[in-house]
Design a protein around this ligand. Structure first.
Ligand SMILES: Nc1ncnc2c1ncn2[C@@H]1O[C@H](COP(=O)(O)OP(=O)(O)O)[C@@H](O)[C@H]1O
Ligand SMILES: N[C@@H](CCOP(=O)(O)O)C(=O)O
Length: 319
């Protein structure tokens, strides 16, 4: 992540006392990511990640941190939030909400092979099932309502042909979301941003997934589509790689079987997932926020992905 809110070790010397972590020994801003301010934090008790939330409010945050705790308690390898002496998981730092979570082992696999995709498919399905009894509800804040609100804000920056594509895809998604197939899809708390850079591997074994701050209540299939659109494509063309799609979706299906509605909605959801990230990248690109170390993501990548899905479709869910 970029650093929007700078923090020094000095700033932490008093603040850290409310956590059972001893003294803060080292703090290092993390350059990757685009949403929050993140730091690797070394304390007398070990290695952690400190996040200052730039957009999410104190009211919205319990959903994310409680979801991480819920999943961790059910054996899903996700960062565990650390509570302060009052039992709070989110506390103010420089006037903004902040949390400390455990640091995961491993590193990102940015050149995934079918074996890695299978690991991701398995963990995603397990996460969906483990979320079934999660008691809190919060919508996906980057879902259809946000698309409807945001498309007009980016249209002035686009040429006529690109603007027409954005508008027609939004119209297609609104119609699909109002129909019977979409209504039948199973739903629950989903990660909604399980990209390569949000999963850790030690060798070929998945050691954890993180960055739950786009999570929300949505269809499980949308979450799968977001994941496939990143893990199973050629990054230059946006084209799906069948071997990786099959590995990921088969592994998912082995844990949570696809329904008839899933099969029918697969291509529309791949398109929805492409639209979601095209739009957020357009918005971030044309309306950037002030930040140190911020590298905006390229919106044209997901425009290509969307054009690919429309033109070429996708392999069936379980080939
Ligand atoms: N719990 C964690 N354990 C290990 N590394 C982490 C953890 N959380 C974040 N990171 C590191 O910080 C980077 C940025 O975090 P991320 O959550 O993607 O930022 P953002 O909130 O901006 O999306 C990640 O790419 C990863 O290297
Ligand atoms: N994955 C999204 C945006 C969020 O970035 P992250 O670094 O927080 O995962 C994208 O690629 O646009």
């Amino acid at each position: 992540m970029a650093v929007f809110t700078p923090v020094t070790l000095d700033d932490l010397s008093q603040w850290i006392k409310q956590f059972p972590l001893g003294k803060a020994l080292a703090l290092k801003g993390i350059a990757s990511g685009i949403e929050n301010s993140n730091f690797f934090l070394t304390t007398e008790r070990g290695e952690y990640v400190l996040t200052i939330f730039e957009n999410l409010s104190f009211e919205q945050l319990p959903f994310y941190v409680q979801l991480m705790r819920h999943l961790a308690e059910r054996g899903i390898p996700v960062p565990a939030p650390v509570a302060n002496d009052a039992g709070e998981l989110v506390v103010a730092l420089h006037g903004k909400p902040a949390a400390i979570v455990s640091k995961l082992d491993g590193s990102s696999q940015m050149d995934p092979q079918p074996v890695h995709c299978a690991e991701v498919g398995t963990i995603l399905a397990k996460m969906h099932l483990a979320g079934r009894d999660f008691p809190l509800q919060q919508p996906n804040l980057r879902g259809l309502d946000w698309w409807v609100e945001t498309v007009p804000k980016v249209l002035p920056f686009l040429d006529a042909e690109t603007a027409a594509l954005l508008q027609s895809e939004l119209a297609f998604q609104r119609e699909f979301a109002a129909g019977p197939t979409y209504a039948e899809l199973e739903r629950g708390p989903v990660h909604a941003d399980l990209f390569r850079n949000n999963v850790m591997f030690v060798g070929e074994r998945l050691s954890g997934c993180f960055d739950f701050y786009f999570a929300g209540w949505d269809t499980w299939l949308f979450d799968l589509a977001v994941t496939v659109n990143d893990w199973c494509i050629d990054l230059d063309t946006g084209r799906l790689d069948e071997a990786r799609v099959v590995a990921l979706t088969r592994a998912y299906h082995a844990v949570r079987q696809f329904t008839a509605a899933d099969h029918a909605a697969w291509l529309p959801m791949l398109r929805a997932a492409a639209l979601r990230f095209w739009l957020s990248r357009l918005y971030d690109y044309h309306r950037p926020r002030e930040a140190e170390m911020l590298t905006p993501h390229d919106p044209t990548h997901f425009e290509r992905v969307l054009r690919e899905r429309i033109a070429r479709g996708a392999p069936n869910l379980t080939a």
